[in-house]
Design a protein around this ligand. Sequence first.
Ligand code: FAD
Length: 550
Amino acid sequence: MTSLVLSASSAATTLLIIVISIFVVRRRNSQTSLTAKKVIPLDVTSSSLEPTTLSKSLASALPDIVIFPHDAAAFKQSMNSYWAQQECEVIPACVVRPRDVQQLCAAVTVIKREYDKRQKQPGEEMAQGLFAIRSGGHSPVPGAASIKGGAVIDLSLLCEVSPSEDGSSVVIGAGAKWADVSKVLDGKGIAVVGARNSAVGVGGSTLGGGLSFFTPRFGLVGSNVLSYELVLASGSIVKASASTNADLWRALKGGSNNFGIVTCFTVRSFPCTKIWSGFLYLLPSQAAKVLAAFHECVNRAASDDPGASYAAGPMACFTYIQKLSLQAIAVNLAYTKSPENGKKWPTYWSTSSFGSLWRLWSTCKIRTITSATDEMSVLNPPGRRQVFATTTIKNDPDTLAAAYAAYSDAIASLRRINVRGLVWTLVLQPLLPDWVSTGDTNPLGLYDCHNEPLVIVSFTVNWDERRDDEFVKMTTRRAVEQIDAVAAANKTGHRFRFLNYCAEWQRPLESYGDENWRFLQGISRKYDPEGLFQKGCVGGFKLDIAHREA
Ligand SMILES: Cc1cc2nc3c(=O)[nH]c(=O)nc-3n(C[C@H](O)[C@H](O)[C@H](O)COP(=O)(O)OP(=O)(O)OC[C@H]3O[C@@H](n4cnc5c(N)ncnc54)[C@H](O)[C@@H]3O)c2cc1C
């Protein structure tokens, strides 16, 4: 009896601590996202920040749009607007902020001239690259959208959102964030297939394929782009659509920054007023039940259940918060139409195992896209050191358990080191090959999977101090490798790696399979024969083309 009372009271205490900690973390996150103040180690007197030949040429061609470090306020504002703190610390020689496509063309022409000059005098300089492209600045990979001592092409002023009169498409500037898009579209009762976090940039997320609440219904974000406008290495503006440069159009649906700078996307839109979405918060002791429910729901997503195409997720997040020495589980569920007959939950989810799981708290409700994507953004504030890494497995219970074991095993070593401010999260989410083949054709290489459900496994980790960078990165990589080893042994792994969640050491473009990899290389050779976007443009994932030998 005593032990029963004790265990009941310790369960109550645990519950209370978890509720308080979730509240504290959410509050802290929402405050951080509103007031985030990042201190960047920017020494404007440093000789490394002297204008380079390239930045001087850019300033002389485009004096009004080039920001140098000595313009401290504007320069720091630009540097501080990256999401990951490490990216804020990659200091370029200048930032170029074009206000229109012509200015962007002029900048690319200057950069290409410098590139051609350097190509003729091979040396170490060239290896460093000349420029980086930045849209929303949300990549967790340091140097993906900035370049030490080079020129950052910052597209944030190209942020128009223009719905067509008939509501069937929207033109979106590549520098817009998804919040800019949903704020315009919510009021018009239409939506597009966009990322699930309002602070994420349209440019990077769309060019990496892009997962959306609407993916089960309409496919990936990139698979719903009717046409791209981009500036090629030659400085010319081209369109890529199903009828014009169709090969480039396909390559851009997952090929990232390898072919040119995309200035705007024309994307399909459809009627949508509100969706149902939110998080369930659960006790860490429910991990096994959450894994079982997740496995069941992923299989159900692949079934011919009529509700399946409206159901996004589950996105199951297992988190360890070092400061509180606590774990918590959060599961995001979404349904892209309102529940039937005014019910609180759509039948699809209330009849799933998640419907009957005991939970501490739920934020699930009918809401606008802005509200649904803001919820994700508030939980992931800027200004922290970040790392992402990912792998893909089949929806196999043992391999899911192995992913959870890799997450748990790492907690022990992270605890020993006491990484300040560490939040260590394992995220599981479904990826059905059917979803990837819905919408326009893409180069992701998932057409031959016979709709065997896959699971994207990712680690999203953040912490406070630079001294812990290497340890956290190494721990994350080991955890991914641990899962891959089990998956390889069980034959439950998959070669695909979702580019938008990859760490710098991963090779997402190769994971699309040989044929697609060669296709992307061919598109690069065709539209960028001198390899400006392979060698001159740093950051992101490249195609490994030896252009000089080609
Ligand atoms: C908290 C969080 C939530 C996320 N949620 C989602 C999600 O729901 N769905 C999803 O698919 N992904 C998601 N992601 C991943 C996200 O899509 C990638 O990090 C993406 O790269 C961010 O795009 P960006 O424009 O903000 O980033 P940036 O850092 O500006 O750019 C990322 C890369 O894209 C290239 N690039 C950007 N714009 C252009 C352009 N116009 N032309 C050529 N190259 C360009 C850059 O050079 C860079 O290499 C999320 C990431 C985070 C951190």
